[in-house]
Write a protein that binds this ligand. Structure first.
Ligand SMILES: [Zn+2]
Ligand SMILES: [Zn+2]
Length: 327
């Protein structure tokens, strides 16, 4: 089969690759299109210790089963046996596996084999680029479930990439009264404004706009970046007694002014991945047309994988989701 193979940092090659051999309980999906995720990009850049070449990256896909059903796949696979999996928290499973992460082959290929239980049929009305969002959006559904904001909440979002933008859309659907978005890229700020952000600010050039908007602080602040400054920024924007959600994982470690946050009794939440219920809810939202990112989605053929990854890795543009067309 044709596959886009990660062979070395910053190198992807379309080559002939052995077709998967589905194990018992698995089904082979003929991939139609697959989305490039931040995790794939960190793999491509050689920054992920869980992605060693040669490896087929990719975990966001839409395709068809051998019976011809049009489906998406939940690519996060728990062991199904540990206490976390049995209590519905597969995201915390110590043996968690993900498509496109060692040792599982991903979906930038003509075929991928996945457990039958991970497969969800989708309606024809849901187009490929929207269906692919079920996986990233599930992360957003999960974090809002953890944060459980009150009605009319005021929110801050630090980092307006795919995750930050989906969080903005979701916050507005959930009844946020105002949402502040911060990013260092002007194109992303412009996109955030069009998506309904109350205020979108570049912290590098901000002359106090964010601070006066935040006033005594915002009820809920999300860090969707993970750089040290961004994390601290999320705490700085949060009101006393408010909630900070840490999602971005750009840096493993960073220094935070913990004492300042203790004095403000900040509730700090960390959100990782999603459960099966979050994934289902995410798909329901997309089918219902509640979340739409078509305007910020671009598509290239699988053969242009190298160029697509380079574009996303160096992204100064307003493409928030890149989709590779496989067939
Ligand atoms: Zn993803
Ligand atoms: Zn488990």
């Amino acid at each position: 089969m044709r596959a886009l193979v990660y062979t070395a940092p910053r190198h992807l090659i379309v080559e002939d690759y052995p077709r998967p051999n589905p194990a018992a309980g698995e089904v082979e999906i003929a991939v139609a299109a697959a989305g490039i995720c931040g995790a794939d990009i960190s793999g491509f850049l050689g920054r992920s210790r869980h992605r060693t070449p040669p490896l087929i990256l990719g975990h966001e896909l839409v395709g068809r089963t051998p019976k011809g059903q049009r489906v998406i796949v939940d690519p996060v696979i728990g062991c199904g046996r540990c206490a976390h999996c049995r209590s519905g928290q597969k995201n915390l499973c110590p043996s968690l596996r993900l498509l496109g992460m060692d040792p599982l082959a991903g979906c930038f290929a003509e075929f991928v084999a996945v457990p039958q239980s991970q497969v969800y049929e989708i309606p024809d009305a849901l187009d490929d680029s929207q269906a692919i969002l079920a996986e990233p959006l599930a992360n957003i559904v999960h974090l809002f479930r953890l944060a459980a904001p009150q009605s009319r909440f005021r929110m801050g979002i630090v980092g307006a990439g795919t995750m930050g933008s989906l969080a903005l859309k979701m916050a507005l659907r959930l009844g946020a009264s105002e949402v502040l978005v911060e990013d260092v890229q002007e194109v992303r700020l412009a996109a955030a404004r069009r998506m309904g952000a109350t205020l979108a600010v570049n912290p590098k050039t901000d002359s106090g706009e964010s601070r006066s908007f935040a006033g005594d602080g915002l009820d809920l602040v999300l860090d969707a970046c993970g750089e040290e400054k961004a994390r601290q920024r999320a705490f700085d924007l949060c009101r006393p007694g408010g909630t900070v959600v840490l999602l971005g994982m750009a840096k493993a470690r960073s220094e935070i002014d913990i004492a300042a946050s203790i004095r403000k009794e900040h509730r700090a939440l960390m959100s990782f991945g999603y459960t099966t219920e979050d994934f289902r809810r995410s798909l329901d939202l997309l089918v219902a047309g509640e979340i739409d990112m078509k305007e910020w989605t671009a598509e290239l053929p699988l053969e242009d994988g190298q160029a697509a990854f380079e574009q996303m890795a160096g992204s100064r543009g307003d493409t928030l989701k890149m989709v590779l067309r496989v067939r």
